[in-house]
Write a protein that binds this ligand. Structure first.
Ligand SMILES: Cc1cc2nc3c(=O)[nH]c(=O)nc-3n(C[C@H](O)[C@H](O)[C@H](O)COP(=O)(O)OP(=O)(O)OC[C@H]3O[C@@H](n4cnc5c(N)ncnc54)[C@H](O)[C@@H]3O)c2cc1C
Length: 468
């Protein structure tokens, strides 16, 4: 992959003038320290970093609006930043500008327990939110593998292992406060569970990757912690058997809370990294939520389906500690893949297809992995038709990078051919821009029109999702 050079929007002198105004506003919450800039120019992918000119740490919606007004007056790009765990080069400062690190806006503002919702600032992480909610009997289910910020999760339309039961961020954001590119502050909705009043701006900003506005407050749905929870694992000699178990489970309407697939390569990597001793075969990890009786019934039904497809070694547990260990191992999957080769990095990619095409898509992909000779553990939130590959690579080897790029292209086009999407949850960022037109066709011109209407000077996270 050719690495694009930074193309600063402003001259160094004009940048200096804009930065001086921002420094006056923020004092010691403004920095140009090189280490901080470098850290904020990269995400957790292998994509090369593009550091911003400065990093800012605002404390309030009003302060974000003041920053935006200064940047707009000078034409300086702004890149919103949460925990920096995105995977497609989302936060790189391709055109220079400032990084707006929202992690100091980290307060839970109000829990409306009787309405099952919470209002929080964007810098609250998913783990901190659940920690805060611990004594309320409520929880927030969306769990990307990393401890991402709520603002980042809204902006990438994130999901995770629980999405098969509770939906993604798309289904769980009720309202947003957003600072627009011209400094206006808007609220997209009230707290009602549903509304038919006007355009659905909440959904517009959910997944906009910081290109349409800066989210400074989020209202999220919450759920009661289920009376009973149990987790299970089940091994399969064939990938096909595991995937067909998933498809039949979903088609039978069994309300699993989690159903995750790990191929044998991924299981072995996790065993080594997380010191677990799961059988090195294709594996399903499951979780069931409900009443004691409901949970037992769901587990029995899935076990019966699994054994029809060659599933063996079905083990389940209700012990909180064992369940936590199991799911932590699952969340460590990407780091376990990375540890497979010393000094290597991981090219993480995800696609999603309708559930009826899942077996076909996974089996063709696995064949491609083997034929191409990649080390690429496969793991997935397969209940949604979504799976990932963590392709191990040496970024300094151009042949390897080119091979993986070609593989990724085949993967995306395979998913599109099966009426799926180029990304089920990671987003477009820089990495998947070139596939957007193949996926959406003329609809991309409507996306461009929206961007131009809301951010005519292309100040917000420029060079992401599509070029203008
Ligand atoms: C090990 C690992 C596992 C992962 N597993 C999953 C997974 O299971 N599911 C999944 O969906 N993702 C997963 N991810 C990807 C990542 O965690 C998600 O994309 C997450 O939502 C990013 O949140 P963040 O706070 O890190 O955002 P950042 O990386 O900081 O930013 C992401 C994007 O959001 C924008 N943004 C951030 N905050 C704001 C804001 N307040 N207003 C406007 N725009 C903003 C940024 O400009 C950027 O475009 C994983 C990543 C890793 C490293």
């Amino acid at each position: 992959m050719a690495v694009a050079a930074v193309q600063p929007r402003l001259s160094p002198a004009a940048t200096e003038v804009a930065l001086a105004a921002l420094k006056t506003l923020l004092g010691d919450r403004f920095t140009t320290a090189q280490a901080v800039r470098e850290q904020h120019g990269r995400d957790e992918s292998w994509n090369p970093p593009f550091p911003p000119d400065a990093v800012l740490f605002p404390h309030s919606t009003e302060e974000v609006a003041e920053i935006v007004n200064i940047c707009a007056a000078h034409g300086l790009p702004i890149i919103p930043y949460g925990a920096g765990t995105s995977l497609e080069g989302h936060v790189s400062a391709m055109q220079g500008g400032v990084c707006l690190d929202l992690m100091q806006m980290d307060k839970v503002l109000k829990v409306n327990a009787e309405d099952l919702d919470v209002v929080c600032q964007p810098g609250v992480t998913r783990k901190a939110l659940n920690e805060y909610l611990r004594d309320t009997g409520l929880f927030f289910p969306i769990d990307p593998g990393a401890n991402a910020s709520i603002g980042g999760m809204v902006s990438t339309r994130a999901s995770g292992t629980n999405a098969v039961r509770y939906g993604t961020m798309r289904e769980n954001v009720l309202a947003l406060t957003v600072v627009m590119a011209d400094g206006r502050i808007i609220r997209t909705s009230k707290r009602a569970k549903k509304s038919a009043a006007g355009y659905d701006l909440t959904r517009l900003f959910t997944g906009a990757e910081g290109t349409l506005g800066i989210i400074t407050e989020v209202t999220l749905k919450l759920y009661g912690i289920p009376e009973a929870m149990s987790s299970a694992i089940c091994s399969f000699a064939t990938l096909e058997g595991a995937v067909n178990t998933v498809i039949q489970t979903i088609q039978a309407g069994i309300p699993v809370a989690r159903i995750e697939l790990l191929d044998d390569v991924q299981v072995e990597a996790i065993n080594r990294y997380s010191k677990t001793d799961m059988p090195v075969q294709n594996l399903l990890m499951l979780e069931f939520h409900g009443s004691e009786a409901g949970v037992a019934e769901q587990a029995e039904m899935v076990q019966a389906i699994a054994s029809d497809h060659g599933g063996n070694n079905f083990q389940w547990t209700t012990k909180a500690e064992e369940r936590a260990k199991l799911w932590q191992a699952r969340h460590d999957a990407a780091y376990a893949a990375k540890a497979l080769r010393k000094g290597a990095e991981v090219w993480a990619t995800d696609v999603c297809v309708p559930i009826s095409r899942l077996a076909e898509c996974i089996l063709e992909t696995k064949e491609d992995v083997v034929k191409t000779g990649l080390t690429a553990p496969l793991v997935g939130h397969v209940g949604d038709g979504n799976f990932h590959l963590a392709i191990v690579l040496d970024r300094n080897n151009p042949d390897e990078v080119a091979t993986i790029e070609a593989f990724n292209e085949r993967l995306v086009h395979r998913a599109l051919r099966m009426e799926g999407t180029s990304t089920g949850e990671h987003g477009i960022g820089r990495g998947k821009m070139k596939y957007l037109t193949a996926e959406h066709g003329e609809a991309v011109s409507v996306m461009r029109a929206i961007k131009k209407a809301l951010d005519p000077d292309n100040l917000l996270n420029p060079g992401k999702i599509f070029s203008l």
